[in-house]
Design a protein around this ligand. Structure first.
Ligand SMILES: CC(C)(COP(=O)(O)OP(=O)(O)OC[C@H]1O[C@@H](n2cnc3c(N)ncnc32)[C@H](O)[C@@H]1OP(=O)(O)O)[C@@H](O)C(=O)NCCC(=O)NCCS
Length: 156
């Protein structure tokens, strides 16, 4: 389903489309400034997915993670509603995990709303496991966050 998808690092010119996806995807979206800040943060990595060349480039989805002291922290992941259920988030997460591993990650962490069945199903299919709960983490709804972790298998 994701044949021909392009996955690459985000550039400044992608922020407008990323922010549009963000606003369509979350009840309390990040600001445009927040995405610009991530692009300027050396600990932060933003990958975007979009159509293959020669189609005109436009991000369809993105993932943002930090890599700190061998820990990958996934901060954001979203796919434009028109392009969901085509395997784009799966490809973005696969590429992000691979990049983080190459850069030295040993574990990957993230928070997710218990009500977010699409995201939870995705993460569990990769082997993420629930290891904790942060009470009333989401200030907009006072919903708890589930804390999920993924650990790479030890290499021989
Ligand atoms: C969660 C999200 C990123 C998934 O993006 P997507 O590109 O549609 O996901 P994919 O097509 O790669 O699906 C991969 C797997 O995720 C799970 N999944 C995705 N959408 C699902 C849904 N609506 N219901 C149940 N499972 C779902 C399935 O296991 C799916 O595999 P399958 O298609 O083989 O069954 C997308 O729904 C989204 O942007 N949601 C709003 C933002 C958000 O909640 N982000 C996560 C914050 S933690």
């Amino acid at each position: 389903m994701t044949q021909g998808l392009t996955i690459c690092r985000a550039r400044l010119a992608d922020v407008k489309a990323i922010w549009a996806i963000e606003k369509l995807s979350f009840p309390s979206p990040w600001s445009r400034w927040a995405f610009l800040t991530e692009l300027g943060n050396p600990l932060s990595h933003t990958l975007v997915a979009g159509p293959p060349s020669p189609q005109p480039w436009k991000p369809w989805g993105y993932i943002i993670f930090w890599l700190v002291a061998g820990e990958m922290h996934i901060l954001n992941l979203a796919v434009h509603p028109h392009h969901r259920r085509r395997g784009i988030a799966r490809r973005l997460l696969t590429e992000a995990l691979s990049l983080a591993r190459t850069l030295g990650a040993q574990e990957a962490w993230l928070e997710v709303r218990p009500s977010n069945t699409p995201a939870l199903t995705l993460y569990e299919s990769f082997g993420f496991e629930e290891v904790g709960r942060r009470p009333q983490y989401y200030t907009d709804t006072e919903e708890d966050a589930l804390l999920l972790v993924f650990a790479w298998e030890e290499e021989e």
